[in-house]
Design a protein around this ligand. Structure first.
Ligand SMILES: [Zn+2]
Length: 340
């Protein structure tokens, strides 16, 4: 086989501009990789709309999406809602690609967040892996892949990809730093890995096409850092009262999330923040819609704490508090919401 079909992993420009510092790289068991801050809330139902496609193409997408929902605490609703979270086109001139996790919410509703230009093997499952927050396994800094750049650039400049050098650099050569991702070791069986031949690398690494989820893909997506079924997630989000004293909380496991909800009685500017030494990333969803991302912050508050100050309509809101980096430890933090 000479034609390697590769997937376009759509990374937001703002993420490419982040400095790639070298993190501590502490070892762990999980193998799939997820860029931090991209996950939906555990227990979410993601609405999906097909923008085109034949019944059999759409059926294949539904079938392979279900591989993930079978193991993760996430549901897909294929009701073709106009404001669906995931919008799929089947343009065979545009390859296969997807935005990663909640990045889909920054794409206008009249545009696709995923394209399935081909459906070979496990392509739809691979793209749904991106849609729920996974990145390419070969972008793991733990992979140790040394690309033979000239050979790869030449191969991907031809059919069926026709990528220019910048596109190949972005999709293939780009690696996350350890502090940008969850997951540490390299899984050669991951569905999130491209299939490529040994001559693409200088150190003899070759991969095979992975058309089903690996056991480590399943373990990672169902783990504490992603969507564990062992936690009810959203249905049991902890209620916060606007203006109430700070609520004391605790991060038990590295990477885990806590979910909160609050009701805004009136339109106005609301401030949600955390305090404490634990490094936290916060996202705000709503009103009413638990997948409608409207704000996110890493450390605008004191120390490593997030602070979101935002003008909100009256309604119900959801807050995802995700442990960010284990180098500053896990443990206690407090959270509060008040109206300014
Ligand atoms: Zn991909």
């Amino acid at each position: 086989m000479s034609a390697y079909k590769c997937c376009y992993d759509r990374i937001l420009p703002r993420d490419l501009l982040k400095p790639h510092t070298t993190g501590p790289g502490v070892g762990g068991r999980t193998r799939a990789i997820a860029p931090k801050g991209k996950s939906w809330m555990n227990g979410s139902t993601l609405k999906v709309r097909f923008m085109s496609g034949t019944p059999s193409q759409q059926a294949k997408a539904r079938e392979q999406a279900a591989w993930w929902s079978a193991v993760a605490n996430l549901q897909f609703d294929f009701g073709n809602a106009p404001e669906a979270d995931i919008r799929i086109s089947f343009d065979d001139n545009d390859g296969a690609w997807s935005t990663i996790g909640t990045d889909a919410r920054s794409v206008p509703f009249n545009q696709a967040t995923m394209n399935l230009g081909f459906l070979d093997g496990g392509t739809a499952a691979h793209e749904f892996g991106h849609a729920i927050g996974l990145a390419h396994e070969h972008a793991s800094p733990a992979g140790g892949i040394q690309w033979n750049e000239a050979v790869v650039l030449k191969a991907l400049a031809g059919p069926p990809n026709y990528w220019d050098a910048d596109t190949t650099r972005h999709n293939v050569f780009f690696k996350y730093s350890m502090d940008q991702i969850n997951g540490t070791a390299f899984d050669a069986d991951s569905i999130m890995l491209y299939a490529f031949p040994a001559e693409w690398t200088l150190n003899g690494v070759a991969t095979h096409a992975n058309d089903v989820l690996s056991s480590l893909d399943k373990e990672f997506i169902a783990g504490a850092k992603m969507y564990p079924k062992s936690s009810p997630g959203l249905p049991e989000a902890t209620p916060l009262s606007v203006g109430a004293p700070r609520l004391q909380a605790n991060i038990g496991q590295a990477g885990e999330e806590d979910l909160y909800r609050f009701h805004a009685d009136a339109d106005g500017v609301y401030v949600i923040d955390t305090q404490g030494k634990t490094d936290i990333y916060m996202k705000l969803f709503g009103p009413t819609n638990a997948t409608a991302l409207i704000g996110e912050d890493d450390d605008s508050g004191y120390g490593l704490n997030p602070r979101i100050s935002q003008s909100l309509l009256a309604g119900d809101y959801f807050v995802q508090v995700r442990h960010y980096d284990r180098s500053s430890g896990t443990g206690k933090y407090s959270i509060a919401v008040h109206k300014r």
